[in-house]
Design a protein around this ligand. Structure first.
Ligand SMILES: Nc1ncnc2c1ncn2[C@@H]1O[C@H](COP(=O)(O)OP(=O)(O)O)[C@@H](O)[C@H]1O
Ligand SMILES: [Mg+2]
Length: 310
């Protein structure tokens, strides 16, 4: 469980986060989504008891992060932005050392168990320096899991991984998250949508939106422009065919066989669009969302005004 209210942090005269409040329950994976400099790492460092806030309160696993930071650290697993790993150390010895720092009973068993969880048992006797980035990240996760923490705080856990490793680490987090409270930061919308049950959006130190992943998805459908490409030139008639479809808006003819539009209804109308385009005798070459930048997402989620109509 995490409960944060009015958290504020100043670095000198610079305010990094301002009045941040949210909570996260057991069994929930909460995403902390925001661009670089938004204040994600700052918030996470406060929640793990590494530094005090300037103002506000945070209760993690039942304890106050300032007053009872030792109790908090016993119950929190933290994967920092860059995992401090020692290249010249053997994987097993490193984890054992981390477990000893925590005064864990049966340290070797704990290490075996954590290695098993992150599927790295076969690397136990290898050097850390010989591991790929994805494997290092998994060792970082093993380190965060050693003491059976009820809360996990993961700072950009998939940054710098190749696509295959990203899939692996996400799957692992989903598994781990089933019985714990997980707070995970990312600057990628699709990552938040992919792993998290709920997403908090943070920009310039403030939480600007909070919603379930499902609702967020629904709110963002239509915020995104969709591109339709057909063989040959896109003509006025193709534009009309698409415009006719109920729930489509903002149709624009581009050159080279391309028409762009949005969904007004919040429903993904791509199957219907494909059907109508083909039915009207066009060779459909492509139908895809153009993607949203984080800035556009913030605009969309923080703007209560309806967007331009049809
Ligand atoms: N140790 C520090 N001293 C001064 N300013 C900092 C420090 N750490 C972070 N900041 C500033 O605080 C803001 C939030 O940073 P950070 O929490 O690292 O954001 P994020 O993790 O979302 O990228 C940024 O403007 C950053 O430059
Ligand atoms: Mg950060």
């Amino acid at each position: 469980m995490i409960k944060v209210s009015g958290l504020t942090k100043d670095y000198g005269s610079r305010r990094a986060i301002h009045n941040v409040s949210f909570d996260a329950q057991q069994g929930e994976i909460v995403g902390f989504l925001g661009p670089n400099g938004a204040g994600k790492t700052t918030t996470m460092r406060i929640l793990t008891g590494f530094m005090p806030p300037t103002d506000g309160e945070a209760i993690v696993a039942g304890y106050d992060v300032v007053e009872e930071s030792l109790e908090v650290r016993k119950r929190v697993g933290y994967l920092p932005e860059t995992v401090p790993l020692y290249n010249e150390m053997i994987v097993f010895d490193y984890l054992k050392f981390m477990g000893e720092l925590r005064d864990l009973p049966n340290v070797e068993e704990r290490v075996d168990e954590a290695l098993d969880m992150v599927a790295m048992t076969d690397r136990a006797q290898g050097y850390i320096g010989a591991l790929s980035k994805g494997m290092r990240q998994r060792i970082g996760l093993a380190q965060a899991l050693l003491h059976h923490p009820e809360v996990l705080i993961l700072d950009e856990p998939t940054i710098g991984l190749d696509p295959g490793q990203v899939v692996e680490v996400r799957e692992l987090i989903r598994q781990i998250g089933k019985e714990r409270t997980v707070l995970l930061s990312t600057h990628l919308l699709h990552e938040a949508q992919n792993i998290c049950d709920r997403v908090l959006i943070i920009n310039k130190g403030k939480i600007v939106a909070e919603d379930t992943t499902e609702n967020l998805q629904a709110r963002l459908v239509g915020a995104e422009r969709v591109i339709v490409r057909v063989r040959g030139e896109a003509d006025r008639e193709l534009g009309l065919v698409i415009k006719e479809i109920k729930g489509v808006r903002g149709v624009e003819l581009k050159d080279e066989g391309v028409v762009e539009f949005e969904f007004a209804s919040g429903k993904d109308l791509r199957p219907e669009v494909a059907k109508q385009v083909i039915k009207s005798g066009y060779d459909l070459l492509e139908l895809r969302p153009l993607g949203l930048s984080l800035e556009e997402i913030f605009l969309e989620l923080t703007n209560s005004e309806p967007r331009r109509g049809n």
